[in-house]
Ligand binder design. Structure first.
Ligand code: HEM
Length: 221
């Protein structure tokens, strides 16, 4: 529906994406805190919850709502360049440049989580569920990588927040839509509404993610 300002509200992010986003952000903060405070049992649980979220997000990227689908927002270098040069409209959902940051955040978080599965702490009291499947030397190396990669993730998060502030200064507010799921577009703009995913598909994706996470956890014995 359009209003006097010549804009209308359209749906952009579905509930699964919003829940995924804010839970992920919270859990990454909590994972950092629990590692700093040596609350390693909580750190492990938090990591497993992130694993669940990532598996769900990957599945939702194939079977979910239109703006969640990788096929809709992952574009080649030509499309990114055209967008940067202002020669391409961004459309609804992630723009081609923002998509790079999404892939970076998801990819590095996935790698960080995978490394955590093989990591163990100095006294060997707390160990990722897969750490016993490899040699102690390799587990030590992967633990160091797990610690180092956090700095890369932190840099990406800072970049992510900087981009959001940059867009806000230019008048494009992104945080509200990630909370409410709706964004304003010009009434005249030929913007298609987000096509929501199906609730039962979301449940199946969540069940698969839970089963795989449970399986990985059970490998710790
Ligand atoms: C640990 C911190 C965070 C991580 C790992 C993270 C990760 C992500 C990811 C993966 C996406 C893509 C969503 C998807 O399609 O799955 C995203 C989008 C987004 N995030 Fe975050 N995020 C973090 C913190 C924040 C915070 C603190 C804010 C706001 C203050 C924020 C605001 C947004 C917004 C507005 C979008 C949508 C961007 C767009 O319109 O394309 N994020 N974030």
């Amino acid at each position: 529906m359009s209003d006097v300002s010549g804009t209308r509200l359209v749906r952009v992010w579905d509930l699964p994406i919003r829940l995924f986003h804010w839970t992920l952000a919270g859990l990454i903060g909590f994972s950092w805190y629990s590692a700093e405070e040596q609350m390693l049992d909580w750190h492990l649980r938090s990591g497993m919850a992130i694993l669940f979220l990532l598996i769900f997000r990957i599945l939702w990227g194939f079977f979910g709502s239109s703006t969640a689908r990788f096929s809709q927002f992952v574009k080649g270098p030509a499309a990114v360049l055209a967008y940067v040069k202002g020669k391409a409209a961004s459309g609804l959902g992630h723009n081609p440049l923002g998509a790079l940051s999404v892939i970076g955040l998801l990819g590095v978080t996935a790698l960080q989580t995978a490394l955590g599965l093989f990591a163990e702490d100095n006294d060997g009291l707390m160990a990722g569920p897969l750490s016993l499947k490899i040699s102690p030397d390799l587990a030590g190396t992967l633990t160091e990588l797990h610690e180092a990669l956090f700095n890369v993730l932190l840099a990406l998060i800072v970049l992510h927040l900087a981009a959001i502030i940059y867009y806000a200064i230019r008048g494009k507010l992104l945080v509200g839509p990630m909370i409410t799921g709706k964004t304003k577009v010009e009434s005249t703009a030929d913007t298609h509404e987000m096509q929501p995913g199906k609730a039962w598909v979301a449940l199946v994706c969540a069940a698969i993610a839970a089963a795989l996470t449970g399986f990985v956890w059970s490998m710790g014995g």
